[in-house]
Structures are given as structure tokens and as C-alpha cells.
Design a protein around this ligand. Structure first.
Ligand code: BTN
Length: 324
């Protein structure tokens, strides 16, 4: 934990609200001047901290930022969150997590950023990453052959849809392969990147972006039209730290379950899906196919029956669900 996170934790847990400079200096093992410098830096970050002579410092208000210290504490002993690498701004949490994985970061390392300046989406797209949303990547080292990798992503889509339901009470569904929708609009997306050798996964990074509290009005109109935030759907601002704790716990649970019983992931995915039985168009590497989404295979591929009755198995692509 950084000194600043320590100061915030101490201020938040004070019974009277106040903590003296001497107490903070003692608890952190630094000088009172160093404490003062941290307080000034926190004020620069948007924290309102009052200083009352003879009483000490009191936290009046905090900006909407992820509380990395609380997250670490809540995830103590867990695999997902064993290390938390938190940033105010990053190019992409996935890029950072892939680099950390390459350097040997342990499985379960979590990378978080308040904003991303080069957020990546599926199929080479960009992912708008404004403040107020969740931008999360997790380093994994599943002992699996390559052809099972798609299932890890489906398992995390199950975790994300379930976490949203648990955190907000809203009904979230999954559009194949791993877009999370509320009221037909995208609330979260998942991008998996990996490094493999022969037929073995060396490491894999699961990147999840969740639209939580951000103001989307600055985004291009076509992105706004197909997107929704949890706050807009729930009618209230959400605590992103709480959402992250729920999400990471569920991701870990589904990651373990998937290794023991992949069929359970497929079953859960199907029960949450918003694609099967619907008329869809899939835009993939081989062009666009239209028809009814019939099923997913045990490896997570989409089974589509076109209008001539031919059945296609689709490994990747972008699905548009036709309105009924
Ligand atoms: C999609 O296109 O639906 C996938 C979007 C994935 C976005 C997340 S945000 C955190 C992580 N870092 C990135 O650059 N992308 C993923």
C-alpha cells in the first residue's frame, strides 16, 4: 500500500473523523512534513481534507476513484487480486498486464486504470475509456491447450453478467461471444489476449471494460446509441470498488469451476444468453452470415442455421441481433 492510500485508510477509519499529523506520521513511519506533502497531493487529486489546529486532519469528501487499498484488503488471500496494480491513467490495462505477465507476474495479478488513453476493443477496435468506468485486466496462466482458451472468456462473461446482476439487481444478458447487455445496449465488453507456444497457453490476459458511472455524452453518437452505463440503468451512482470486489470474486469462482467442469460454464452461459433462438447477422472473417443462432458448442463456438437450412459453426465475429 502506498503512503497516500494509508493516509486515506486512517482518515476513513477514524472514529472522531480527525487524525493528527503526529499520529499519521507515527503510523506511516515518516515525518510530519512528509504527511503534509501527501495531504497536499491528495487535495490535488480532488480529495477535500480539512486541517483543524489541535484536532488534525479530516476527510470531507473524496472524488469518485477506485479505493485500491480497500480492494486489496477485501481480496486478501484470493487468487484474483493477489497483486493489484492501480493507475490513474494508462494506455491500456491489457497492454500493461501482458507486459507484466511476460516479466513473470503471478497468476491473479490485477491491473486497473481510472482512464485509458488507448483502450483496446475486440476485432482491432478502440474502447472508449472515460473516467467513472471500470478498466480491468487479470493475468492468468491456465494449464490448458489452446483450443480451450475461448471458454475462459465465456466463463468471465458469465462472471461479469452475474456480478452486474448481484451489484445492481439489473438483468444483464450475454451476446455471443462475450458482450454484456442491459436493455439491448452494451454495458461491458471483454478482450482476451494471450501468448502461447505450440498448443499450450503460456499466459493469458482477460480484459474487461464496464460502463459504470461515466458520462457518455462526449462519445461518438453511434457508440452512445448502443451503450448504456450501470448508473443510467440503475438510476443511481455505483461504488466501483464494491462492483470490482463482486466481479473479481465471481471471476475467480468461475475460473476454478471452468477448469473442473467446463460443461457448467456452457450451461451458465446459455442461461444468461441474449443470442440463442434469435435472428442474427454475424460479421466475421468470412463475410456476413444471417440466420438463427441455434446453439454454442462445448468449446464456445456459435452454431448458426442460415435461411437455406445450412448450419455454420462460427469461431469469431461481431453479432447483430435483429429486432423482433
Ligand atoms: C470489446 O470490444 O467488447 C472488448 C472491450 C474490452 C475493453 C477492456 S477495458 C480493460 C482492458 N484494456 C483494454 O485495452 N481493453 C480491455
Amino acid at each position: 500500500m502506498t503512503n497516500r492510500e494509508d493516509i486515506l485508510t486512517l482518515l476513513r477509519s477514524s472514529r472522531t473523523g480527525y487524525v493528527s499529523g503526529a499520529e499519521l506520521a507515527g503510523a506511516l513511519g515518516v515525518s510530519r512534513t512528509a504527511v503534509w506533502k501527501h495531504i497536499r497531493a491528495l487535495a490535488g487529486d480532488g480529495y477535500e481534507i480539512e486541517a483543524v489546529p489541535s484536532k488534525g486532519y479530516r476527510l470531507r469528501s473524496a472524488p469518485d476513484l477506485i479505493r485500491a487499498a480497500d480492494l486489496r484488503k477485501a481480496l486478501t488471500g484470493a487468487l484474483f487480486g493477489a497483486a493489484v496494480d492501480y493507475h490513474r491513467s494508462l494506455l491500456s490495462t491489457n497492454t500493461r498486464a501482458m507486459n507484466l505477465a511476460q516479466e513473470g507476474a503471478p497468476e491473479g495479478t490485477v491491473v486497473l486504470a481510472e482512464v485509458q488513453t488507448g483502450g483496446k476493443g475486440r476485432l482491432g477496435r478502440t474502447w472508449a475509456s472515460p473516467p467513472g468506468n471500470i478498466h480491468l485486466s487479470v493475468v492468468l496462466r491456465p494449464p490448458l491447450p489452446l483450443h480451450r482458451a475461448a471458454l475462459v472468456t465465456l466463463a468471465s462473461a458469465v462472471a461479469a453478467a452475474t456480478a452486474i446482476r448481484e451489484a445492481t439487481g439489473l438483468t444483464a444478458g450475454i451476446k455471443w461471444p462475450n458482450d454484456i447487455l442491459i436493455q439491448g445496449r452494451k454495458v461491458a465488453g471483454i478482450l482476451t489476449e494471450m501468448s502461447a507456444e505450440a498448443d499450450r497457453i503460456r499466459h493469458l490476459v482477460l480484459g474487461i471494460g464496464v460502463n459504470v458511472n461515466a458520462d457518455l455524452s462526449g462519445l461518438p453518437a453511434e457508440v452512445q446509441d448502443r451503450s448504456i452505463t450501470l448508473a443510467a440503468a440503475a438510476g443511481r451512482t455505483l461504488d466501483r470498488t464494491d462492483v470490482l470486489i463482486i466481479l473479481l470474486r465471481l471471476m475467480e469462482g468461475w475460473y476454478h469451476r471452468f477448469q473442473i467442469s467446463p460443461a457448467e460454464v456452457i450451461q451458465a452461459w446459455k442461461s444468461l444468453n441474449a443470442t440463442l433462438g434469435r435472428r442474427i447477422a454475424v460479421n466475421g472473417p468470412g463475410g456476413t452470415k444471417q440466420g438463427i443462432a441455434e446453439d454454442i458448442t462445448e468449446e464456445g463456438l456459435l452454431v448458426l442455421r442460415d435461411d437455406s437450412g445450412r448450419v455454420h459453426t462460427v469461431a469469431s465475429g461481431d453479432v447483430t441481433i435483429e429486432k423482433t
